[in-house]
Write a protein that binds this ligand. Structure first.
Ligand code: PMV
Length: 309
């Protein structure tokens, strides 16, 4: 038997602009995770999948080629040079809400790859696991920037620029985040496509907004590396205003962002694709409880507290 795990994630700065080559910062969220168990058998039956959260069980050859689980298993076995796979039972569980910007698709794929790697007693580097996860992300998102698979597979805060070597950076002073869920599912693929159409209509305007977002991500990295956490809140507020401008916020996200600020957060913004999903607030430790309460009063379905270190 073998087990693989992977954390959720939040994008702290730079979503959407990262698709257009600007830098972004994402951090893992260990409070939620995907867990995959691989066991031998049932014999002479093929590969059986139990997706517990979806309350689904199926054999791998019963689903289409473009099913994310099938694609992940096939790509991983190919990578590990397992020619004719043995009969296996694969159980998938995840506490990461689906389609809420917390990286559930990338985490399930990464956990599955890790479990298979352990099962076959092999080794793949974090970069190789990230690359395999990216192949699955393409099915979910169409044109993913690569930030989700990177932060989830490395499990560390990352400063990410599409097509460039990954930079894992130093967090000088730990800081606390409160993540609030609107309860509204959001399709990353649709929102990213909408932004693409808007960018095609007004490229200069959108490029200027993306440049601003990229500058904010750079400044945020500088502040995090120097332990100047007090500067991050204003940068998050500014990033949220730009995300509103490019058209990816929604009333529910704006309400939670506002509630977090009223509760004493140092700054807040939507995170991930937007139009639903989650928002993230930066808090001083003594205001974390108050901010969480304000988020719940404003309608948050779930609140997660995490520390970045
Ligand atoms: O909604 P999520 O967590 O999958 O975030 C998507 C982030 C985007 O920048 C909007 C898209 C991408 O591929 O980076």
């Amino acid at each position: 038997m073998a087990i693989g795990r992977a954390p959720g994630k939040v994008i702290l700065f730079g979503e959407h602009a990262v698709v257009y080559g600007r830098p972004a910062i994402a951090v893992p969220v260990a409070e939620v995770q995907a867990e995959v168990m691989v066991e031998p058998g049932p014999y002479r039956q093929g590969i059986l999948i139990h997706a517990h959260d979806l309350e689904e069980s199926f054999y791998l050859d019963e689903v289409g080629d473009d099913h994310p689980i099938r694609r992940t298993v096939v790509n991983t076995l190919h990578r590990l040079r397992v020619g004719s796979p043995p009969d296996l039972t694969i159980s998938i569980r995840s506490t990461i809400p689906i389609a809420r910007g917390l990286g559930s698709g990338a985490a399930v794929a990464t956990a599955l790859i890790r479990a298979l790697v352990h099962y076959f007693d092999e080794y793949l580097s974090s970069q190789e696991i990230s690359d395999l996860t990216y192949e699955t992300e393409i099915l979910h998102h169409g044109n993913p920037s690569g930030i989700d698979n990177t932060v989830v597979a490395f499990g560390k805060p990352v400063y990410y620029v599409r097509g460039q070597k990954l930079e894992i950076f130093w967090v000088q002073r730990p800081f606390t985040l409160v993540i609030g869920d609107t309860g509204i599912p959001s399709s990353t693929r649709e929102v990213v496509e909408d932004v693409r159409r808007a960018w095609e209509r007004a490229p200069q305007q959108y490029d200027a907004w993306f440049d601003e977002i990229g500058r904010i991500a750079q400044e945020a990295r500088w502040a995090i590396e120097r332990g100047r956490i007090d500067e991050l809140g204003a940068l998050m507020d500014e990033n949220h205003r730009l995300l509103q401008a490019i058209g990816v916020s929604c009333p529910a996200l704006d309400a939670l962002v506002q509630a977090a600020r009223q509760g004493g957060a140092l700054g807040a913004k939507l995170c991930g694709a937007g139009r639903g999903g989650n928002m993230v607030a930066l808090v001083a430790e003594h205001t974390a409880g108050q901010v969480s309460m304000m988020l719940r009063l404003a309608g948050a379905r779930n609140v997660i507290l995490t520390t970045v270190r």
